[in-house]
Design a protein around this ligand. Structure first.
Ligand code: SAM
Ligand code: SF4
Length: 360
């Protein structure tokens, strides 16, 4: 296995200081913008709408993990108010996630609500276990534009071991087809590849992309598992995955990849359907181009997946503050966004929160 490439934290704006929120937020407030102390403008929000899940994926959650009491989670009105404030601050794209977002009891109303806001894109990530056609059609009508499915194996025996659920591979593949037939554009499939678990399936996933005309995104295993079992030896890096695909299919760079895409993308040189992407935060950190903010299901803002600090917006939403004051507080929170995640630094420590709690 190729070792992850060396990584140094980028200093994007050495003249600005994350510990001095007085330096720029005033300007940002006047312009209604979210910028951090490294000069990055925040346009994209990942909103976790539940910490609950019906799977217990080995790289994410443990069977004994417990969920927060419902009162701790934001309610529908709080989510919608927060989205309004964020849109006023310049957020253009939104991804609903979790936990498993389809377990959120008021998901239909939430999608209807955010669908009416001034956003360029609304997407959702799901494990694909709980979808039905009428809901998919309703969500599409209400403004949900894209769906990403998580699927880490094409082998039924492994599905049970990885997800610790009863959902089958064929059920998820049927859900993907259902989404397409309901009118969603080419679905994305996220596959987290882990050494010794599913690293022999990379080529098979590329074949699936061709057969089903999918965007398959291979994700490097990140230190966000609740079991804290992550170590570098488990990481299959993007170079190794690409080599495995190239052993079977010739690839060419995808010229249509968006600037802030977290993945490097390819199409098939023989013109076959489907696309391939690598999300490689461990071996190819993309922090310099990060335009993203995360909100946990209980209303805490995390400027970075790997932040050790998070800011409590729920208490502001439940207090006397007006939208303007909450927006100003969010401007200050964003200012502190760290330059990079630093997974490759000697002093890196895994955040306490797991991917399921943060919202992937
Ligand atoms: N439950 C939904 C799902 O699985 O699609 C949405 C939430 S899940 C936390 C979002 C994404 O995070 C999934 O694609 C999952 O594979 C990914 N993920 C979770 N833990 C991860 C880890 N330790 N490393 C890399 N990706 C991870
Ligand atoms: Fe649940 Fe998604 Fe985490 Fe799997 S990755 S346990 S489906 S939240």
């Amino acid at each position: 296995m190729g070792m992850p490439m060396g990584f140094t934290l980028p200093v994007l704006r050495p003249d600005l200081d994350p510990l001095r929120p007085d330096q720029a937020p005033a300007r940002a407030r006047h312009e209604g913008r979210l910028i951090d102390s490294h000069g990055r403008q925040i346009r994209d929000v990942r909103l976790s709408i539940t910490d609950r899940c019906n799977f217990r994926c080995v790289y994410c959650m443990e069977p004994e993990d417990r969920f927060l009491p419902k009162m701790e989670l934001l309610d529908l009105d709080e989510y919608l108010r927060l989205v309004d404030i964020l849109v006023d601050l310049g957020i253009r794209t939104l991804r609903l996630t979790g936990g498993e977002p389809t377990l959120y009891p008021r998901l239909d109303e939430l999608i209807e609500g955010v669908g009416g806001r001034d956003l360029d894109d609304i997407a959702m990530t799901t494990n694909g276990s709980l979808l039905d056609r009428s809901r998919l059609e309703r969500w599409l009508d209400d403004g949900l534009r894209r769906l990403t499915f998580s699927l880490d194996t094409l082998r039924e025996d492994r599905m049970k071991t990885i997800t610790r659920s009863r959902t089958t591979v064929s059920h998820v593949l049927e859900s993907i087809e259902l989404a397409r037939s309901a009118g969603f554009p080419r679905p994305k499939v996220n596959a987290v590849i882990i050494r010794g678990i599913n690293d022999d399936e990379v080529g098979d996933f590329a074949e699936l992309a061709r057969i089903m005309d999918l965007d398959v995104r291979f994700i490097e295993f990140m230190p966000l598992d609740s079991n804290r079992a992550w170590n570098r030896d488990h990481v299959v890096d993007a170079d190794e995955m690409i080599a495995a695909i190239r052993a079977r299919f010739e690839l060419r760079d995808d010229p249509n990849a968006p600037a802030h895409s977290t993945s490097t993308n390819w199409t098939f040189a023989d013109g076959a359907a489907g696309r391939i992407g690598m999300i490689a935060p461990v071996s190819r950190p993309f922090c310099g181009a990060c335009n993203r903010l995360r909100v946990t299901a209980e209303g805490r803002i995390r400027p970075c997946l790997f932040s050790h600090e998070e800011w409590d917006v729920r208490s502001l939403l439940r207090g006397d503050e007006d939208d303007r004051a909450i927006g100003d507080a969010i401007v200050d929170m964003v200012w502190t966004k760290q330059a990079g995640h630093g997974i490759d630094q000697a002093d890196f420590t895994q955040p306490e929160r797991t991917m399921s709690a943060i919202g992937g």
